[in-house]
Design a protein around this ligand. Structure first.
Ligand SMILES: C[S@@+](CC[C@H](N)C(=O)[O-])C[C@H]1O[C@@H](n2cnc3c(N)ncnc32)[C@H](O)[C@@H]1O
Length: 241
């Protein structure tokens, strides 16, 4: 038996509480301590998604001051890692909640780097936002020989341009303020007709825009993504395997 606690990275899925896995629920019910990213305004998406399973836990919010500035973000991880390490050293199991999948652009990766070599660690995968968005739009993401590239909108113009030209399917995450620039790159690379834009996949505010012209050329929300798929992947066009 371990004398220290186990660190769990728990994926809570893209937003719909019904998209938590049975295993995630079992782990959340069993641990005495949870940790989760929280904004200075107190918003904590991962916690909200799993809220019904979190009664009577010791809670450790992980401060996420400003997503653009790595300095304070790293400080937030350092401070949270210290508090979490104390709990683990005292023999308490700790679950770090992560929106979507913990290892898919997940903040859990940064805590794993800080704690994974000192404590036993178990990761529970979650449904990621790309799968949730394709499901919301009922659109095949990749089939047969097709290739998928996942890329953040923070990438430079040239990398995004090359990706759009080279990949059959492209998922562009974190569009936010980059939305106008992405629309321009989609037009420039001839992929405008291939685009789907999905906000808040699986959540009550879910919005799907299937026509390039209807996507606003203004900054947009954080919880959104672009899916670029070949025309033959769209409904009614006849997939070839
Ligand atoms: C830091 S990444 C986290 C990804 C997450 N770990 C996952 O597995 O999908 C945050 C980005 O994921 C995307 N995202 C997360 N949840 C989403 C949702 N429900 N609908 C649309 N996009 C989402 C957005 O592009 C957002 O900017």
């Amino acid at each position: 038996m371990n004398s220290t606690g186990t660190l769990y990275g728990v994926g809570v899925g893209p937003g719909d509480p019904e998209l938590l896995t049975l295993k995630a629920v079992r782990i959340l019910q069993s641990v005495p301590v949870i940790a989760y990213p929280a904004t200075p305004q107190g918003s904590a998406q991962a916690r909200d998604i799993a809220a019904q399973w979190l009664d009577d836990k010791r809670e450790i919010p992980i401060a996420m001051p400003c997503m653009l500035d790595r300095g304070p973000v790293n400080q937030g991880y350092d401070e949270a890692a210290l508090v979490i390490a104390e709990e683990l050293a005292a023999g308490q199991d700790v679950a770090i909640l992560c929106e979507g999948d913990p290892l898919f652009y997940g903040s859990f990766s940064y805590l794993l780097q800080r704690l994974g070599d000192r404590f036993p660690c178990v990761v529970i995968p979650g449904i990621n936002s790309v799968s949730a968005a394709a499901a919301a739009a009922a659109t095949p993401l990749i089939t047969g020989e097709q290739r998928l590239t996942v890329i953040p909108a923070t990438a430079g113009d040239e990398v995004l341009r090359r990706t759009l030209l080279d990949s059959d399917s492209v998922a562009i995450l974190k569009p936010g303020r980059h939305r106008p620039r992405l629309l321009e790159l989609l037009r420039e690379t001839g992929r405008a007709d291939d685009v789907l834009y999905i906000e808040q996949a699986s959540r009550t505010g879910q919005r799907i825009i299937e026509s390039f012209e209807e996507i606003p050329a203004t900054p947009g929300p954080y919880f959104a993504l672009f899916l670029v798929v070949r025309a033959e992947n769209r409904l009614g066009t006849g997939l070839v395997d």
